[in-house]
Design a binder for this molecule. Structure first.
Ligand SMILES: *[C@@H]1O[C@H](CO)[C@@H](O)[C@H](O)[C@H]1NC(C)=O
Ligand SMILES: *[C@@H]1O[C@H](CO)[C@@H](O)[C@H](O)[C@H]1NC(C)=O
Ligand SMILES: *[C@@H]1O[C@H](CO)[C@@H](O)[C@H](O)[C@H]1NC(C)=O
Ligand SMILES: *[C@@H]1O[C@H](CO)[C@@H](O)[C@H](O)[C@H]1NC(C)=O
Ligand SMILES: *[C@@H]1O[C@H](CO)[C@@H](O)[C@H](O)[C@H]1NC(C)=O
Ligand SMILES: *[C@@H]1O[C@H](CO)[C@@H](O)[C@H](O)[C@H]1NC(C)=O
Ligand SMILES: *[C@@H]1O[C@H](CO)[C@@H](O)[C@H](O)[C@H]1NC(C)=O
Ligand SMILES: *[C@@H]1O[C@H](CO)[C@@H](O)[C@H](O)[C@H]1NC(C)=O
Ligand SMILES: *[C@@H]1O[C@H](CO)[C@@H](O)[C@H](O)[C@H]1NC(C)=O
Length: 668
């Protein structure tokens, strides 16, 4: 009897564990959110213990509460057994709507349940929520350890002696307001230069008293000064409170019933316009003697490629390896419009910059640049062309700024992933307005550089304080980003000729075949499509989890460098012997070819190598940072299962020692 009871209990337990975990795969949106941590205790409970059962109950309780409130603390005690009580809470950022809060907490409890399995306490921070649990009652007790400082990748250019006191003072004032406010949350905007504003945020868990909240935030303010000196942003995440500052509007501000103000253009451009749309150019200021012939040769090569090829979106060319040029057309245009733009651009730049060793020219439809130094695969963020409605009217409370920022950030997160380095998306702003965003990098850029370039635009080039209206663009030599309230790009479907109605065939046998074949084919297609989608999603979030585990905050910048093992296996013919080009203490080096035609050298670390994940991580970060010094181009890495693999561009005439014993090696 007792055995039966226990067996039943076990079944119920396994069922609830499985159903809790199974409740996630459908919400892929929540699964892919970025997070910090989790931090988990070393002390563990045992599988199937009362504590673990209570923990699962807590997680589902928190997930369901998150759809109706942004803060909740809960205690789970079964059968008055206080020794196995679980205490937990979640807090969503003060501006977060319930549906977003619900998704965030659901994702957080899911990650805690899989990554802190059996830990007695754990906590995790997301951009928009945090979740914490423990076996001791922690409500109303301010806790500042463990804390996680994070800083933005970009540096401030403002004099530190002026900026730092202003920053600390603003964050401190935000903390004052948060402590006394009802929901323990406050934000603030402070202008730091004519076109730059810092956006600050402070928040405590709502179980704290005013004094405890203030002391927790006081500690956090002290840390932000430490962690983020000279950076264009940072946050300090503590168990009981957090603070953050950025140069962009990262939180929602109010609700707007009014329409977003649209930028007005003198001539409203149509997405079907054949006009290349000249915008601007920049020429260097030097008077070299031996330029003319090289320039003419280069420009005619570029324009003849554009005119004579149907695959002409992007092209790089050089004259005798000492004069270099490239062009990039908007990926949504047909080849004929690309050719028109490049022909116009080559003519125009030849007449505008006849004595320049370096120049760049931008059009609506294309960009073209040349130089006497080899800039291929090197990110260029200067010179810049910006077209936005900058006003000195400080419309801090503009609701649409956050919407714009989050749309641009979404697009930035999509581009680097794609082989064409191009992405567009439209976003619903309200009942009548949509926001259209288009981003593109030159195709020679490494994924990491593309990601960095677009973030540079969003975080440093857009004057977030002073956008008078929505609509504008920023063009760099290596990437472009544009946003408007009207459709200015062509999208896949609307360029298709109107679909011709298929002629209906009569005849009995054909009808029978169709009736049988069509559903079967459709079913097979549907199944394989679903399977593909599912695998793609699973792969993406799996990759992100691995990255997150190994690189923490750095994973944002390094994300674009990660390769799937399957791609590397295909490229090297499953690490075949013919492809092996060398061997060292660390493992083997193989050559291979990526699907896009790039030749690669693949360093596969032997599984028996003592090289730990930490050293691997450090090497990848080191190489990623060295990238710009133009050694051997580092393309990425692969970290799956037992495999630790580094991928470089393969330069056949470089000595093999370069890969085997060069700088880019683990110290042995
Ligand atoms: C689960 O717990 C029950 C009762 O507490 C016990 O009888 C059973 O053996 C446990 N099962 C496992 C796999 O630990
Ligand atoms: C939540 O925290 C408050 C403040 O400490 C406490 O009074 C309350 O009992 C807690 N609620 C639950 C359900 O544990
Ligand atoms: C920011 O400054 C740090 C330290 O001064 C420097 O190491 C880093 O390269 C700089 N980053 C950028 C993007 O300029
Ligand atoms: C922050 O403000 C408090 C008063 O609200 C003050 O006592 C404290 O010195 C300030 N801290 C800093 C770093 O300015
Ligand atoms: C710029 O923004 C201001 C403030 O919203 C608006 O009045 C003005 O019309 C805008 N200018 C253009 C050219 O869109
Ligand atoms: C320059 O062009 C030559 C011939 O097409 C090519 O072999 C070489 O790799 C090019 N150089 C660069 C830096 O792209
Ligand atoms: C470039 O395009 C503009 C506008 O379409 C046109 O007026 C001009 O004649 C063109 N120039 C050349 C050199 O093709
Ligand atoms: C490019 O041209 C400029 C101006 O003539 C010269 O100073 C510079 O050394 C050249 N660079 C290269 C890499 O040839
Ligand atoms: C293309 O744009 C139109 C509106 O201009 C929109 O209705 C349609 O859904 C878009 N199609 C795609 C595939 O994005």
């Amino acid at each position: 009897m007792a055995l039966n009871f226990n067996f039943l209990r076990l079944l119920v337990f396994i069922f609830s564990l499985v159903s809790f975990i199974m409740s996630f795969p459908t919400t892929t949106k929540a699964k892919e959110l970025d997070y910090q941590g989790p931090k988990c205790s070393e002390d563990r409970t045992t599988f199937n213990s009362t504590y673990q059962v209570n923990l699962i109950t807590l997680f589902s309780s928190l997930s369901s509460k998150a759809t109706i409130t942004i803060f909740y603390n809960d205690t789970i005690i079964e059968n008055k057994d206080t020794s196995n009580a679980v205490y937990g809470l979640f807090m969503c950022r003060g501006d977060v709507p319930f549906d977003v809060c619900g998704d965030c907490v659901q994702s957080a409890t899911h990650v805690l349940s899989t990554e802190c399995t059996l830990s007695l306490w754990g906590m995790i921070w997301y951009e928009q929520c945090m979740v914490r649990y423990s076996n001791t009652r922690f409500f109303s007790v301010p806790k500042t350890e463990p804390f996680t400082p994070m800083s933005n990748n970009f540096n401030v250019s403002i004099n530190q002696d002026i900026f730092v006191p202003l920053l600390v003072n603003t964050v401190n004032e935000t903390a004052d307001q948060a402590a006394v406010s009802l929901n323990k949350y406050a934000t603030k905007e402070q202008k730091v230069t004519k076109l730059e504003t810092i956006f600050t945020l402070a928040q405590c868990t709502q179980d704290l008293s005013v004094g405890d909240c203030r002391s927790c935030l006081g500690f956090a303010v002290g840390q932000i000064h430490e962690c983020c000196k000279g950076r264009r942003g940072g946050r300090v995440l503590l168990p009981s409170c957090n603070v953050r500052f950025e140069f962009y509007p990262f939180y929602r501000h109010g609700v707007s019933k009014a329409l977003a103000p649209a930028t007005k253009y003198p001539i409203m451009e149509s997405k079907y316009s054949p006009d290349p749309g000249y915008l601007s150019h920049q020429c260097s200021n030097n008077q070299p003697t031996n330029l003319q012939k090289r320039l003419t040769t280069l420009l005619s090569d570029l324009s003849s490629k554009a005119r004579n090829s149907n695959d002409n979106e992007f092209y790089m060319s050089n004259v005798s390896n000492n004069f270099f040029g490239l062009y990039l057309c908007r990926a949504d245009l047909p080849p004929s419009l690309c050719a028109d733009c490049i022909v116009n651009a080559t003519n125009r730049i030849a007449s505008e910059c006849p004595t320049s060793m370096e120049a760049v020219i931008w059009y609506n439809h294309c960009l073209l640049r040349y130089s006497n130094y080899s800039f291929f695969r090197t990110m260029g963020t200067n010179p810049r062309f910006k077209m936005m409605n900058v006003t000195d009217y400080d419309d801090y409370k503009s609701y649409y700024k956050y919407e714009l920022w989050s749309a641009l950030t979404k697009v930035a997160g999509e581009i680097w992933d794609r082989s064409d380095r191009y992405y567009t998306e439209s976003f619903v702003l309200n009942d009548v307005q949509r926001l259209f965003v288009q981003g593109q990098c030159t195709k020679d850029l490494a994924t990491l550089d593309c990601n960095y370039c677009i973030h540079d635009v969003i975080e440093t080039a857009i004057p977030w304080c002073c956008l008078g209206s929505i609509g504008g663009r920023v063009l760099y030599p290596s990437c472009t980003l544009r946003f408007e309230l009207f459709p200015f790009y062509r999208n896949g479907t609307d360029d298709q000729p109107p679909s011709t109605t298929t002629t209906v065939k009569t005849g009995r046998s054909r009808a029978v075949i169709l009736i049988i074949v069509v559903p079967v084919v459709a079913l097979v297609l549907l199944l394989s499509f679903c399977c593909y989608l599912f695998r793609k999603r699973a792969r993406k979030s799996y990759n992100k989890t691995i990255l997150r585990k190994n690189f923490g905050h750095e994973s944002n910048t390094i994300g674009g460098l990660q390769f799937n093992l399957s791609i590397i296996e295909a490229a090297t013919n499953h690490f075949s012997q013919e492809n092996e080009i060398g061997k060292g203490g660390f493992g083997q080096v193989y050559k291979g070819v990526l699907p896009d035609g790039r030749h690669i050298a693949v360093k596969r670390l032997s599984k028996s190598s003592t090289q730990g994940a930490t050293e691997f991580k450090n090497e990848v970060l080191l190489i990623a940072k060295l990238q710009h010094k133009n050694l051997v181009a580092f393309l990425g890495f692969c970290l799956e299962g037992q495999e630790k693999i580094l991928i470089y561009e393969y330069v056949p005439n470089k000595s093999l020692d370069y890969f085997l014993f060069g700088l880019l090696l683990f110290p042995s």
